[in-house]
Design a protein. Structure first.
Length: 290
């Protein structure tokens, strides 16, 4: 019991530290690259910046980032609590609050005045912040909640759909302010989406075809590591004309490296073919966020 409590305390400390680090990275990115290039990032962060710019344009006053961002995230937070997970949403709220307050408090400075560099590297750091947050079992709020909800409900990788939604927001920004800045903002968002797609693989799938002499042991390894099932197919090697065992299984792409390592330990002579899987129909176990 004591060890369990200690493990939970360590996990809580680790997740909190990662979320705070992600919030700081995001806030610094907003006050350096995003502000320096006058960009409007996607998602609710971009919507917050858009409303701030509208406030300056109409009344000559920039509303506090924290007030707008927290207000906009009220509905996504409700979705998170109801459909995703309470702990996940709680850590996400921490991310939203820390990043919002830090954005208001941190001084702004420009790393470079080259708008293209700002768009590319700003998008990269934005993706890193979101990826660290997701690895900690949280989100940066806004459209991230929506993307995760869609991924959980319909078992799909929805980040590119979020990118399309963000382009609409940037189109509004272009119509109101500057099309040049809007186009650079799309580069920022595209960079962020593609880097995030590479870093965060939770909702991406990989099919494994494993030819092994130890099918039961390999299956038990996969089951223990991922909670995914497998199908045993009896075959025959065309060259040696000997019976062989083929295990067919689908796992998350973020699980592949760990599975492959343990399969090699179980059967060093196993032959593994890994195939990227774009879509599935049927039951597929998804680890709970909490």
């Amino acid at each position: 019991m004591r060890k369990k409590v200690e493990a939970e305390a360590v996990d809580t400390l680790k997740r909190t530290g990662m979320v705070v680090a992600a919030a700081i990275i995001m806030a610094v990115n907003l006050k350096t690259f995003v502000r320096a290039g006058g960009l409007i990032p996607g998602g609710f962060t971009g919507l917050t910046r858009l409303l701030q710019e509208i406030g300056v344009m109409l009344w000559g006053v920039e509303p506090p980032y924290t007030v707008i961002n927290v207000t906009l995230n009220a509905i996504p937070v409700f979705i998170g609590f109801k459909f995703i997970g309470k702990k996940f949403t709680g850590y996400s709220c921490l991310m939203i609050l820390v990043s919002s307050i830090a954005t208001d408090l941190f001084p702004g400075f420009a790393v470079t005045t080259d708008t293209l560099l700002v768009a590319v590297f700003g998008g990269l750091f934005n993706a890193v912040a979101i990826a660290v947050c997701l690895m900690a079992g949280a989100s940066s709020g806004g459209t991230d909640f929506i993307a995760i909800f869609l991924s959980e409900k319909w078992d799909m990788d929805s980040w590119n759909y979020v990118f399309a939604f963000n382009v609409i927001i940037l189109g509004v920004a272009g119509a109101l302010f500057s099309w040049e800045k809007a186009l650079y903002s799309i580069i920022f968002q595209f960079t962020s989406t593609q880097v995030l797609h590479s870093l965060h693989r939770r909702y991406q799938k990989q099919t494994l075809l494993i030819i092994t002499r130890k099918p039961q042991e390999v299956y038990e390894t996969i089951r223990e590591l991922t909670n995914h099932d497998a199908t045993l197919i009896k075959g025959e090697g065309c060259y040696m004309k000997k019976e062989c065992n083929i295990l067919y299984s689908v796992v998350g792409r973020d699980e592949v490296r760990r599975v492959l390592k343990h399969v090699r330990e179980t059967d060093p002579e196993a032959f593994v073919n890994m195939i990227r899987t774009d879509s599935l129909s049927g039951r597929f176990y998804q680890r709970p966020n909490d």
